[in-house]
Write a protein that binds this ligand. Structure first.
Ligand code: PGA
Ligand code: ZN
Length: 412
């Protein structure tokens, strides 16, 4: 229960080499820091990561104006502190101070409080703790990949049969490796590279990516006996031409109406047993999400990322319309831990599966691992290659080893 003496902040670099913010809470006996990540496929309705003046402007405001307001407050009072952040900002999307400054401050407060209580952050955040299944990007396209890449943003693996987190992480690594071996055979003249989230960037069509991933999963399943399924993040807002009302697949040379997109996605789910499908439609289309959900009950987790942007109100709308069965939880989309927590609580109450998620531009801060465990998210969407992703994977291995807790019930 330390009292805040002051808050400072500095510019640091994220995994894409772009500036982001690290916030430090100073109390009498110690300091705690937290960093915020940034996205590339940013939803229209999410908090604005930085104000117009960029990171510097966030830092100035935080140190000169917000810090004095929070001085003397107790880190126990998370809700109150988060309220003051919102009040100080005064905008709807945190565009004055920046969503990244807000979430880093909010997270650093929780870290300070858990440290003073001698608890791991996840223990401080919740009870009945379980480990999440890692949902990892193994073949990547969209805005995370340079060049003429696959139109869907992410082809993921979900190791539903894993009995421990370590086994789950190992399975995803093996699938990632097996994918490379297969692509090296099918494209012997191609030099494989990894994209922003550590997924393989390759000159594949959507079907080729799915065939490759299917084979890789089968190979690993044969070796280990661990059952795994395919996930997709279409990030369909990036494909949507609002003026013409169609999804544009330039590389595949096709344009689909929403109705055709629905049929296409249903076919993919059926043909490749896709257990998780994120953002199959653009970010305002609750109706088509609902049509898909009605047709895929218990077969695939239909998940909103840009649709929900971790905002409780948008989640409420989606629930009322039966639009989704899963929701991405990205704390910096909404700006504070209190808001993140209340969105996850609504997920639990409404039987929507919350999936705590990284951003494509990450830092080495492991806090997301604790947020996933502490808020009882049965899925953590996190890449399986690259130091900034491993920081979370390894933190989950540490949590498993330290707390001896078991895996969540498989979400599907
Ligand atoms: P972003 O994308 O972090 O680049 O916004 C990740 C996602 O769409 O899930
Ligand atoms: Zn997404």
């Amino acid at each position: 229960m330390p009292a805040i003496e002051k808050i400072s902040a500095r510019k640091i670099l994220d995994s894409r080499g772009k500036y982001t913010i690290e916030v430090v809470i100073h109390s009498k006996s110690f300091k705690t820091a937290a960093c915020a990540p940034s996205g590339a496929s940013v939803g229209k309705f999410e908090a604005q990561a930085f104000p117009e003046g960029g990171v510097e402007s966030s830092i100035q405001l935080l140190q000169n104006e917000l810090s004095p307001k929070l001085k003397g407050m107790n880190t126990e009072d998370q809700t109150e502190i988060d309220k003051i952040i919102w009040k100080f900002d005064g905008t709807k999307n945190l565009s004055k101070i920046g969503g990244n400054a807000a979430i880093a401050t909010s997270t650093a407060v929780a870290k300070a409080e858990s440290k003073s209580k001698n608890l791991m952050l996840c223990q401080y955040l919740g009870s009945n703790l379980r480990l999440p299944f890692p949902l990892s990007n193994v073949i990547g396209g969209g805005v995370h990949t340079k060049g003429d890449s696959i139109e869907f943003q992410e082809f993921l693996v979900l190791p539903l049969g894993a009995k421990t987190f370590e086994e789950a992480a190992k399975t995803n690594i093996m699938v990632h490796r097996a994918v490379a071996e297969i692509i090296m055979k099918t494209h012997p003249n191609y030099v494989l590279g990894r994209n922003d989230e550590g997924a393989w960037a390759a000159p594949l069509t959507i079907n080729e990516a799915l065939e490759t991933l299917t084979k890789a999963i089968e190979k690993v399943e044969e070796e280990t006996g661990v059952r795994a399924k395919i996930g997709i993040d279409a990030a369909a807002s990036e494909l949507w031409n609002g003026r013409k009302e169609e999804y544009v697949y330039k590389k595949e040379n096709k344009r689909l109406t929403s109705e055709q997109q629905l049929e296409y996605v249903l076919d993919l789910i059926h043909n490749y047993e896709i257990a998780y499908f994120e953002d199959p439609f653009q970010e305002e289309d609750f109706e088509y999400f609902a049509k898909l959900t009605a047709n895929t009950k218990n077969r695939s987790i239909i998940t909103g990322d840009d649709l929900i942007v971790t905002h409780k109100k948008r989640l409420q709308t989606a629930i009322e319309k039966n639009a989704i069965t899963g929701s991405i939880i990205k704390p910096n989309q909404v700006g504070t831990l209190t808001d993140t927590k209340s969105t996850v609580e609504l997920c639990h109450k409404s039987k929507v599966i919350p999936a705590a998620s990284h951003r494509s531009g990450e830092t080495a801060d492991p806090a997301l691992a604790h947020i996933a465990v502490g808020l009882n998210c049965p899925i953590i969407k996190i890449g399986i290659m690259g130091g900034e992703r491993m920081a979370k994977i390894n933190e989950l291995i540490r949590i498993e080893d330290t707390l001896k807790i078991s895996m969540s019930k498989p979400p599907i």
